[in-house]
Design a protein around this ligand. Structure first.
Ligand code: GLN
Length: 455
């Protein structure tokens, strides 16, 4: 895999940092323990993985795709990183991403975009485009992403790979550099559903270092993927979200979705239409809640604690001026837009109208899910309204960029599980399309069963 990275990553740019020495040492340690007759630490011992650069890695640079953290070497491992190491997974390096995970194309990285291996002129999705592109380019068989509004599922869809957002609280956020803490969730990315399930069981589980980590058993996702692989979905009820079609959806994506519905019926599932009327308001609610939390979380980048410091040696500048110069130089335009938006939405006099209203919409969306899951076992929709767009096509228009996450955001707002599984190629442009499967909170195994049968 290191050879493959050396051969293709100049064109793909999935990685920000390749940890050759660390990867070889980890692989050798696994070899030695097997030679000594020890049982492997996990089914994934010795398997290489690409890690999104928003998770801390002790002794290995972590930039979050930002100039603000250029050269920062974390003194500790995220819980996800630690669990990977303990399972014998070989971390190849850190993958490219939109700055602080804000974006849908990886074009907001301060280190240049990642290219979609299916067509190098197109985006690999975002914010975790590097992780999904590494899978699609066969640079790694496994990857980790984080999903605040769709950043695992949307890159999965447009690169023809599997991407899973576990139930919120299912995977520890300790060491995941926070963007929007009530939405952020790390999850597995892979080329097959079973691979994703095996990785899911390695990284999931209670962590006392994260106060929102759930102290419950990990959903049996590997068993569910194996059960689904038998191809029998009889007895299962699947709901099509009626709000996710129509204007703004490419005809090729909609035709792929119709074909997916027919396949699921052939596998024995009963498919019905379900209305979730408040999902229409998910995008505007998200773009108040996520920037509000971001404006608070990113206050830690104050030129004193980590990374960049501009003007720190100039005795004529006070601390506030140094902070201001540093944030001006260290943050890119999208991060600044969100900090300003969030600060405004939280300010006295506007808080109730904006943030308060968005939180009420969030509750209504959760209730839509609850009502829907009284009628069906899982919900499905296209993962994204369109296939991969061209690099540069949407950078001038943030609203166009935000629309890429239209179908993925409700699951983040409600905290339930959702994933994207490859759904063939669009008959319009020959590019990958994703099928989104959503399950109730803590019923992650249901979507794995359906995805494995469909795959
Ligand atoms: N594209 C969305 C955003 O820009 C979601 C990002 C994410 O899931 N990290 O906020």
């Amino acid at each position: 895999h290191l050879d493959r990275v050396a051969a293709v990553d100049g064109a793909v740019h999935a990685f920000l940092h390749v940890d050759t020495a660390g990867a070889l040492a980890a692989a050798e340690a696994v070899d030695k323990s097997i030679a000594a007759g020890e049982a492997p630490a996990s089914p994934l011992a010795g398997v290489p993985l690409a890690l999104k650069d928003v998770l801390t890695t002790k002794g290995v640079p972590t930039t979050c795709g930002s100039k603000m953290l250029e050269g920062w070497i974390p003194p500790y491992d995220a819980t996800v990183t630690r669990r990977l190491r303990e399972a014998g997974v070989v971390i190849l390096g850190k993958t490219n991403m939109d700055e602080f995970a804000m974006g849908s194309s990886t074009e907001n990285s301060a280190y240049g975009p990642t290219h979609n291996p299916w067509d190098l002129d197109r985006i690999p999705g975002g914010s975790g485009g590097g992780s999904s592109a590494a899978l699609a380019a066969f640079e790694a068989p496994l990857a980790i992403g984080t999903d605040t509004g769709g950043s695992i599922r949307q890159p999965g869809a447009v690169t023809g790979t599997v991407g899973v957002k576990p139930t919120y609280g299912g995977v520890s956020r300790y060491g995941l550099v926070a963007f929007s803490s009530s939405l952020d969730q790390a999850g597995p990315c892979a080329r097959t559903v079973l691979d994703a399930a095996l990785l899911h069981e390695v990284i999931a589980g209670h962590d006392p270092l994260d106060s929102t980590s759930l102290n419950v058993p990990v959903p049996p996702v590997v068993a569910a993927a194996r059960q689904g692989a038998t191809g029998d979905l009889s007895g299962l009820r699947i709901g099509v979200v009626s709000e996710f079609s129509g204007d703004g959806y490419q005809p090729g994506v909609l035709r792929s979705f119709e074909a997916a519905v027919a396949t699921l019926e052939k596998l024995g599932a009963e498919v019905v239409e379900v209305s979730c009327p408040n999902f229409t308001y998910a995008l505007p609610a998200y773009y108040l809640i996520a920037p509000s939390e971001c404006s608070s979380n990113l206050a830690r980048f104050d030129a004193m604690r980590y990374g960049l410091r501009v003007g720190g040696d100039d005795p004529s500048l006070d601390a506030e001026q140094v902070m201001s110069l540093t944030r001006e130089a260290g943050f890119g335009p999208e991060v600044k837009r969100r900090v300003i938006l969030g600060t405004y939405a939280l300010s006295a006099g506007y808080y109730d109208a904006y943030y308060g209203s968005a939180q009420k919409v969030r509750t209504l969306i959760s209730r839509d899910f609850t009502t829907a899951f009284e009628q069906v076992d899982v919900l499905i929709s296209p993962t994204t309204p369109t296939t991969a767009f061209r690099i540069g096509e949407r950078t001038a228009d943030p609203m166009q960029m935000y629309l890429a996450d239209l179908c993925t955001i409700p699951a983040n707002l409600a905290g339930n599980a959702a994933m994207s599984v490859p759904s063939g190629l669009s008959d319009e442009d020959g590019l990958p399309v994703g099928l989104q499967i959503m399950a109730p909170a803590l019923a992650d195994e249901r979507m794995y069963r359906v995805a494995a049968a469909y795959e």
